[in-house]
Design a binder for this molecule. Structure first.
Ligand code: OXD
Ligand code: MN
Length: 641
């Protein structure tokens, strides 16, 4: 095998780093570091970069420093390539349009690589295809890499992004190095994580550990890049994770969760495996702080599937007088017990990569006040006054302008197609959120008093109920279901199982994940668990609950339960608010509380059958006995309803 040797030059001179194959001088080609300071790389980062260079054969190396000057340089480059267009209506905002074949996460092409399949997914004898993640063998993973990566960066620059998930230096934070050939990824990672020189300095003083993240947008086999402004290889896209050596390899897609490797790949998939080993939790959860009229404050974490309103809840404007909500994070929580036995959470991210459609001054004014500075929009519509538009945004914005849709075509309402892609996004710095929590970067994290599970359930599931115990709460998380959304490649409004809102993000066997959750009770004081459903519809097909700011009424009940108020009544599925406990005074519309909290026996009998089937076919013998007992308990109580 011929290795291309690597010589990293600082500003074209000086520092030479040798590969193990340095003696193959004949084959060596000096690669200049045309931006950044290679002297800051630790030996293990250097050797990782060298490996990536040997494999991907980039033309240049850029070591990201995280500066504004660097961003300007990359923006100019992306403007020239046509990857982004400026949005002078706002301050330092940009719009990217992807290749239409690269618009969402690709769950079917996402794999976890372990020695045995059972480490990754529950293996059952039921003959039903597994829906709790995809396993790949080491051999097949190597084959997949060798088929795609050699020379995949030829003619391009390789960017080396040092990033921290969590505040730099926090005992709860972890570091990653993402190597990518996409300047869009660099700019997005600079918003979504703490990235740049400070992280390299932390690596030098800390334990030196980092998660290896290799990403290439790739080159199609036939050599034809359909949209040069957005190179990708959708047919051969693959996203690979090796928990054994904390490594991520992603090929073929430039889109969000497939390419910003700190987010789903690191913070959730690899993160959950590290968390299991180290005794903590890495979860697909928002974190909010809520202060009641007495000035008491608690923090709540909530897991909803993608595109089910986590960002809206995290930034809620309460309608209940005297309440205040502050945002710690909108997508991911890393939670660990401290030495006092309190469960403390950090948001490992530094920005919001939120779903744009549906976001407006009416639904999420705090998001709207966050996103029009220093933000990168993807696949939203463009207006002739150099702004953006999406479905749900106040229509005044487009009264006197022309709209170009996410595909770059003229658009008006009458053409019947959405102007923005349903999974179009804003990528914006969290610090700009007007209600960012004062403790959002506290290295110690914030103490979590309640965990919420929820999803889009049009029928049968009440607005809110409380788990009877920790084990019952774990069962509720395991049994979560929700209507499919556009965040991934699923089509239609089918109700899918999405346990813990983690189905696409488990880094290891779901049965073992459940045992890990159950074991948390022995490690410290566990929070109360609740299930919420803002999406129940009445017989007339309309939503029974107004949602958004009115959800503060549900948070108020949860707050009071956390404080020990006896404002509940037991039911077959868990504790419901007792008569009049949910504050309804001041609601704009009359609420059909009976319909909202009604528990139809036939619905719950069916739900139990469905959960039983799911556990049997998907989890099999890996289902912890305690969870099976909780299901049996529910079945028994439902039979007596
Ligand atoms: C996300 C997702 O992007 O869950 O957060 O898809
Ligand atoms: Mn998410």
């Amino acid at each position: 095998m011929i290795y291309k040797g690597l010589t990293l030059f600082k500003d074209g001179y000086g520092l030479a780093l040798r590969t193990a194959q340095y003696n193959y001088r004949l084959y060596q080609r000096a690669l200049s570091v045309h931006y950044g300071n290679a002297a800051l790389l630790t030996p293990s980062v250097k050797s990782y970069v060298e490996e990536c260079v040997q494999l991907c054969q980039p033309d240049k190396i850029h070591i990201c420093d995280g500066s504004a000057k660097e961003s300007q340089m990359l923006q100019t480059h992306m403007l020239q390539q046509g990857t982004i267009i400026p949005l002078p209506k706002y301050e330092n905002c940009w719009l990217a349009r992807t290749n239409p074949a690269d618009v969402a996460r690709v769950e079917s092409k996402t794999f976890i690589c372990t020695a045995n399949k059972e480490e990754t997914v529950p293996v059952t004898n039921e003959g039903t295809p597994g829906a709790l993640g995809n396993w790949i063998s080491k051999k097949d993973m190597q084959k997949a890499i060798q088929e795609r990566f050699p020379s995949s960066m030829a003619g391009r620059t390789m960017y080396v992004i040092p990033f921290s998930m969590g505040p730099i230096g926090s005992p709860l934070s972890k570091i990653g190095i993402e190597v990518t050939d996409s300047p869009y990824v660099v700019e997005s990672m600079k918003i979504m994580t703490r990235a740049g020189t400070k992280v390299l300095e932390q690596l030098q003083t800390g334990d030196g550990q980092f998660v290896k993240c290799l990403h290439s947008v790739g080159k199609p086999k036939n050599g034809v890049i359909e949209q040069p402004s957005w190179p990708c290889d959708p047919e051969r896209t693959i996203i690979l994770h090796t928990p054994d050596n904390n490594e991520i390899v992603s090929y073929g897609s430039g889109y969000g969760g497939n390419s910003l490797l700190g987010k789903k790949c690191f913070a959730l998939r690899i993160g959950s495996t590290i968390a299991k080993r180290e005794g903590w939790l890495a979860e697909h959860m928002l974190i909010l702080g809520i202060t009641n009229p007495k000035g008491e404050k608690i923090y709540i974490a909530a897991a909803f599937p993608s595109a089910c309103g986590k960002t809206n809840l995290a930034m809620l404007t309460p309608t209940l007088p005297g309440y205040k909500v502050e945002c710690v994070g909108d997508d991911i929580a890393w939670m660990k017990f401290d030495s006092n036995g309190d469960l403390r959470a950090i948001n490992p991210e530094n920005g919001f990569f939120g779903v744009a459609p549906g976001t407006s001054m009416a639904t999420n004014p705090n998001a709207m006040k966050t996103i029009f500075r220093n933000s990168l929009f993807t696949n939203v519509a463009h207006t002739s006054d150099e702004g953006v538009y999406w479905e749900g945004m106040e229509e005044e914005n487009i009264k006197s302008v022309n709209v170009t849709d996410w595909l770059g075509k003229p658009w008006n309402k009458s053409n019947g197609k959405p102007a923005a892609h349903p999974n179009s996004r804003f990528c914006t710095p969290a610090a700009q959120c007007p209600i960012i929590d004062p403790a959002w970067e506290d290295p110690a994290g914030v103490p979590i008093s309640a965990i919420l599970f929820g999803g889009r359930r049009p029928a049968g599931v009440p607005l809110v109920y409380e788990a009877r115990s920790w084990a019952h709460g774990v069962f509720i998380g395991a049994a979560m279901r929700s209507e499919a959304t556009a965040a991934a490649e699923h089509k239609g409004k089918v109700i899918m199982h999405d346990p813990f809102a983690m189905r696409p993000f488990f880094g290891y066997n779901f049965g073992n994940y459940l045992s890990h959750w159950l074991s948390m009770e022995k490690r410290g004081r566990v929070p109360k668990i609740f299930h919420v459903n803002w999406f129940r519809k009445g017989a007339d097909g309309k939503f029974l609950w107004p949602g958004f700011g009115e959800n503060s009424r549900v948070l108020d009940w949860i707050f009071r339960r956390v404080k020990g108020e006896e404002c509940y009544q037991a039911s077959a599925i868990g504790n419901l608010p007792s008569q009049n406990a949910l504050i309804t005074q001041g609601l704009q519309e009359a609420i059909k509380l009976d319909e909202l909290f009604n528990l139809p026996k036939d619905f719950w009998e069916q739900e139990v059958i469905e959960i039983e089937k799911y556990f049997k076919t998907q989890v099999g013998d890996f289902l912890p006995t305690q969870v099976a007992q909780e299901l049996a308990g529910l079945k028994d109580r439902v039979s007596k309803m």
